[in-house]
Design a protein around this ligand. Sequence first.
Ligand code: IDP
Ligand code: MG
Length: 150
Amino acid sequence: MERTLVLVKPDGVQRGLIGEVIVRLERRGLRLVAAKFIAVSQELAETHYAIHKGKPFYDGLIRYITSAPVMAMVWEGPNAVAAVRQTMGATRPTEAAPGSLRHDFALEIGRNLTHASDTVENGEKEVALWFKSEELVTWGREIDRWVFEK
Ligand code: IDP
Ligand code: MG
Protein backbone atom coordinates (compact mmCIF):
# COMPACT_ATOMS: atom_id res chain seq x y z
CA MET A 1 0.00 0.00 0.00
CA GLU A 2 1.35 3.43 -0.93
CA ARG A 3 2.48 5.58 2.00
CA THR A 4 3.12 9.29 2.41
CA LEU A 5 4.57 11.53 5.10
CA VAL A 6 2.30 14.30 6.35
CA LEU A 7 3.41 17.12 8.64
CA VAL A 8 1.14 19.62 10.29
CA LYS A 9 3.71 22.40 10.37
CA PRO A 10 4.18 24.82 13.30
CA ASP A 11 1.56 27.28 12.00
CA GLY A 12 -1.03 24.51 11.74
CA VAL A 13 -0.25 23.33 15.26
CA GLN A 14 -0.31 26.86 16.71
CA ARG A 15 -3.63 27.59 14.99
CA GLY A 16 -5.26 24.44 16.36
CA LEU A 17 -5.61 22.78 12.95
CA ILE A 18 -4.15 19.33 13.71
CA GLY A 19 -7.67 17.93 14.04
CA GLU A 20 -8.84 19.59 10.81
CA VAL A 21 -5.99 17.96 8.86
CA ILE A 22 -6.69 14.55 10.40
CA VAL A 23 -10.45 14.86 9.79
CA ARG A 24 -9.90 15.52 6.10
CA LEU A 25 -7.47 12.64 5.60
CA GLU A 26 -9.65 10.21 7.55
CA ARG A 27 -12.77 11.34 5.72
CA ARG A 28 -10.98 10.85 2.38
CA GLY A 29 -10.59 7.18 3.33
CA LEU A 30 -6.85 7.15 3.97
CA ARG A 31 -5.55 4.94 6.78
CA LEU A 32 -3.31 6.29 9.55
CA VAL A 33 -0.10 4.30 10.00
CA ALA A 34 1.89 6.37 12.50
CA ALA A 35 1.81 9.69 14.33
CA LYS A 36 4.02 11.66 16.68
CA PHE A 37 4.08 15.19 18.05
CA ILE A 38 7.65 16.46 18.09
CA ALA A 39 9.97 19.45 18.13
CA VAL A 40 11.99 19.20 14.91
CA SER A 41 15.77 19.30 15.38
CA GLN A 42 17.95 21.47 13.16
CA GLU A 43 19.50 18.28 11.76
CA LEU A 44 16.16 16.67 10.87
CA ALA A 45 14.94 19.92 9.30
CA GLU A 46 18.06 20.23 7.16
CA THR A 47 17.90 16.60 6.02
CA HIS A 48 14.18 16.80 5.24
CA TYR A 49 14.56 20.01 3.23
CA ALA A 50 18.03 19.26 1.76
CA ILE A 51 16.64 19.60 -1.78
CA HIS A 52 15.87 23.27 -1.10
CA LYS A 53 19.33 24.18 0.26
CA GLY A 54 20.66 27.28 -1.49
CA LYS A 55 17.22 28.62 -2.46
CA PRO A 56 16.32 32.12 -1.23
CA PHE A 57 13.61 30.82 1.10
CA TYR A 58 15.74 28.01 2.60
CA ASP A 59 16.90 29.73 5.82
CA GLY A 60 13.39 30.98 6.55
CA LEU A 61 11.99 27.51 5.84
CA ILE A 62 14.36 25.89 8.35
CA ARG A 63 13.50 28.58 10.95
CA TYR A 64 9.77 28.01 10.27
CA ILE A 65 9.81 24.22 10.61
CA THR A 66 11.94 24.31 13.79
CA SER A 67 10.04 27.24 15.38
CA ALA A 68 7.43 25.18 17.27
CA PRO A 69 6.28 21.54 17.44
CA VAL A 70 4.91 19.68 14.43
CA MET A 71 2.53 16.74 14.12
CA ALA A 72 4.22 14.11 11.95
CA MET A 73 2.11 11.32 10.47
CA VAL A 74 2.22 8.53 7.94
CA TRP A 75 -0.94 7.84 5.92
CA GLU A 76 -1.55 5.04 3.45
CA GLY A 77 -3.98 4.10 0.74
CA PRO A 78 -4.23 3.64 -3.02
CA ASN A 79 -2.50 6.63 -4.64
CA ALA A 80 -1.93 8.08 -1.18
CA VAL A 81 0.80 10.48 -2.39
CA ALA A 82 -1.36 12.12 -5.06
CA ALA A 83 -4.51 12.03 -2.93
CA VAL A 84 -2.87 13.77 0.02
CA ARG A 85 -1.16 16.41 -2.16
CA GLN A 86 -4.59 17.16 -3.63
CA THR A 87 -6.20 17.42 -0.19
CA MET A 88 -3.42 19.84 0.87
CA GLY A 89 -3.63 21.95 -2.30
CA ALA A 90 -0.91 23.77 -4.23
CA THR A 91 2.16 25.02 -2.35
CA ARG A 92 1.11 28.65 -2.80
CA PRO A 93 -2.22 28.99 -0.97
CA THR A 94 -3.57 31.56 -3.44
CA GLU A 95 -3.13 28.93 -6.17
CA ALA A 96 -4.60 26.06 -4.14
CA ALA A 97 -7.91 24.60 -5.31
CA PRO A 98 -10.99 25.77 -3.42
CA GLY A 99 -11.83 23.17 -0.81
CA SER A 100 -8.20 22.18 -0.26
CA LEU A 101 -6.64 22.78 3.15
CA ARG A 102 -4.21 25.43 1.94
CA HIS A 103 -6.99 27.26 0.13
CA ASP A 104 -9.35 27.09 3.06
CA PHE A 105 -6.91 27.92 5.87
CA ALA A 106 -3.82 29.72 4.50
CA LEU A 107 -2.68 32.82 2.62
CA GLU A 108 1.10 32.72 2.38
CA ILE A 109 3.51 30.21 0.84
CA GLY A 110 5.77 30.50 3.89
CA ARG A 111 2.86 29.65 6.22
CA ASN A 112 1.13 26.93 4.24
CA LEU A 113 0.23 24.62 7.15
CA THR A 114 1.29 21.21 5.94
CA HIS A 115 3.88 19.08 4.24
CA ALA A 116 3.08 16.04 2.11
CA SER A 117 5.51 13.86 0.14
CA ASP A 118 5.55 14.72 -3.55
CA THR A 119 6.42 11.33 -5.11
CA VAL A 120 6.09 7.69 -4.08
CA GLU A 121 9.88 7.43 -3.89
CA ASN A 122 10.19 10.53 -1.69
CA GLY A 123 7.30 9.22 0.41
CA GLU A 124 9.29 6.08 1.21
CA LYS A 125 12.43 8.10 1.97
CA GLU A 126 10.61 10.61 4.16
CA VAL A 127 8.71 7.96 6.11
CA ALA A 128 12.08 6.26 6.84
CA LEU A 129 13.62 9.60 7.84
CA TRP A 130 10.88 10.57 10.29
CA PHE A 131 9.83 7.18 11.70
CA LYS A 132 11.51 4.01 12.91
CA SER A 133 10.07 0.88 11.31
CA GLU A 134 8.67 -0.26 14.69
CA GLU A 135 6.63 2.97 14.90
CA LEU A 136 4.67 2.04 11.75
CA VAL A 137 1.48 0.14 12.53
CA THR A 138 0.24 -2.47 10.09
CA TRP A 139 -3.51 -2.85 10.51
CA GLY A 140 -6.82 -3.16 8.70
CA ARG A 141 -10.24 -1.58 9.14
CA GLU A 142 -13.61 -3.27 8.79
CA ILE A 143 -14.56 -0.67 6.19
CA ASP A 144 -11.43 -1.04 4.07
CA ARG A 145 -13.21 -3.08 1.40
CA TRP A 146 -15.74 -0.26 1.00
CA VAL A 147 -12.96 2.30 0.43
CA PHE A 148 -10.20 0.31 -1.26
CA GLU A 149 -11.22 -1.51 -4.45
CA LYS A 150 -8.54 -4.19 -4.03
P1 IDP B 1 5.54 21.58 -1.02
O1 IDP B 1 5.55 21.77 0.49
O2 IDP B 1 4.19 21.89 -1.59
O3 IDP B 1 6.09 20.26 -1.48
P2 IDP B 1 8.06 22.77 -1.93
O4 IDP B 1 8.27 23.44 -3.23
O5 IDP B 1 8.68 21.42 -1.74
O6 IDP B 1 6.49 22.74 -1.62
O7 IDP B 1 8.62 23.76 -0.81
C1 IDP B 1 8.73 23.30 0.53
C2 IDP B 1 8.18 24.35 1.45
O8 IDP B 1 9.04 25.49 1.39
C3 IDP B 1 6.80 24.89 1.10
O9 IDP B 1 5.75 24.08 1.58
C4 IDP B 1 6.82 26.24 1.77
O10 IDP B 1 6.57 26.12 3.17
C5 IDP B 1 8.26 26.66 1.58
N1 IDP B 1 8.43 27.51 0.39
C6 IDP B 1 8.51 27.11 -0.89
N2 IDP B 1 8.66 28.17 -1.73
C7 IDP B 1 8.69 29.25 -0.92
C8 IDP B 1 8.83 30.66 -1.18
O11 IDP B 1 8.95 31.11 -2.32
N3 IDP B 1 8.81 31.47 -0.08
C9 IDP B 1 8.68 31.01 1.18
N4 IDP B 1 8.55 29.70 1.47
C10 IDP B 1 8.54 28.84 0.43
MG1 MG C 1 7.99 19.50 -1.40
